[in-house]
Design a protein around this ligand. Structure first.
Ligand code: MRU
Length: 330
């Protein structure tokens, strides 16, 4: 699997996810501004990957002679919903101004994320019923992390264990993370993959064709409400209606216990062009009104289990999430 990013000591190689699946092209990011723009323009995306890349952005900034504060405040303005960004920047602030120490911290953030994914894959795969089709939304794979993936990690491990028949992937309008990125990953892994448009999920779930839904998360509030790619909430309602397991896989860096519920999570609104245009061509009259919320909130009550690297949490999530964080802090 091609890594989403690779630290090279004086620059960061970044697989340009806007060009996938047509072209596997690595950009060379050398400055703070290169990194900030790559995050804003979604050349890199996915909560854990954004956190890791931002950490290396701080290292590049310090090597350019910029202050830690300049770096952190520029990167904080890139994308508002994925809490991993703010979590990684807080760690970088604690590491301080010394570039060598900052580099060490950024590498640690990356390594910890990779290990967390392997662990979540192991734990989460046990929750997948035997011999079912699994549906996933957006891309929570190797491309969205330091490697292996969260939701994709769970599914690929479950597939290795013989539990998964086929993976169904929602195309994920408007940025098409499912169609362009997740199918690309699963095909590279040799896992049988079926692409559907977002509006086909309800029909297939109602026919009993999907045995589990596994998604990632951008931020998990203290009560277990989950912010994830727009469309996740809709799938959770379908899962509840039809008694299908709805599993969220996310590292503890995605937990935001300071935010009480999903209502307080900031939801990014992106440009209307991303909805109105496909491949440079408008798909509706240009003067139409357009909304583009990039994430939605899945209420904790629609979630079967949250898989983290520190264990699987079941309802009531408030208590369970606090416990896994307390156990490790104390
Ligand atoms: O807008 P994106 O592509 O950054 O959104 C990504 C998602 O919503 C993912 O599901 C989430 O970040 C988890 S990635 C392991």
């Amino acid at each position: 699997m091609l890594p989403a990013f690779q630290w090279k000591g004086d620059h960061l190689l970044l697989l340009d996810q806007r060009k996938l699946p047509w072209e596997e092209y690595y950009l060379r990011l050398r400055t703070l501004e290169d990194v900030a723009r790559a995050i804003e323009e979604m050349k890199v995306r996915g909560a854990p990957a954004i956190g890791c890349v931002a950490a290396y952005g701080v290292v590049l900034a310090l090597k350019e002679g910029k202050t830690l504060q300049e770096a952190v405040s520029r990167l904080r303005r890139t994308r508002p919903t994925a809490v991993n960004l703010f979590w990684a920047l807080e760690r970088m602030e604690r590491a301080g101004e010394d570039p060598a120490r900052a580099e060490e911290e950024a590498r640690k953030i990356e390594e910890e994320d990779y290990r967390a994914n392997l662990r979540m894959g192991e734990l989460g795969s046990e929750l997948i019923p035997e011999g079912v089709n699994v549906l996933t939304h957006c891309n929570a794979g190797a491309l969205a992390t330091a490697g292996y993936g969260t939701a994709v990690g769970v599914i690929r491990r479950a597939w290795e264990k013989g539990r998964v028949k086929e993976v169904f992937v929602d195309e994920t309008r408007p940025y098409l993370q499912g169609a362009r990125l997740t199918t690309w990953e699963f095909l590279k892994l040799g896992i049988p993959t079926v692409l559907i448009t977002d509006n086909m999920a309800g029909y297939l779930i109602s026919k009993g064709e999907i045995g589990a839904i596994v998604v990632g998360a951008d931020r998990i509030a203290a009560n277990g409400d989950v912010a994830n790619k727009i469309g996740t909430y809709t799938l959770s309602v379908l899962a509840r209606q039809h008694g299908v397991k709805f599993i969220v896989a996310a590292p503890t860096s995605t937990l935001d216990l300071k935010t009480p519920s999903g209502r307080e999570i900031p939801i990014e609104e992106r440009s209307k062009e991303e909805v109105l245009f496909i491949n440079g061509r408008n798909i509706a009259p240009l003067e139409v009104g357009v909304r583009h919320p990039a994430f939605d909130i899945t209420p904790a009550s629609n979630i079967t289990a949250i898989v983290t690297e520190r264990g699987v949490v079941y309802p009531p999530f408030g208590e369970g999430l606090r416990r896994i964080m307390d156990d490790s802090d104390g």
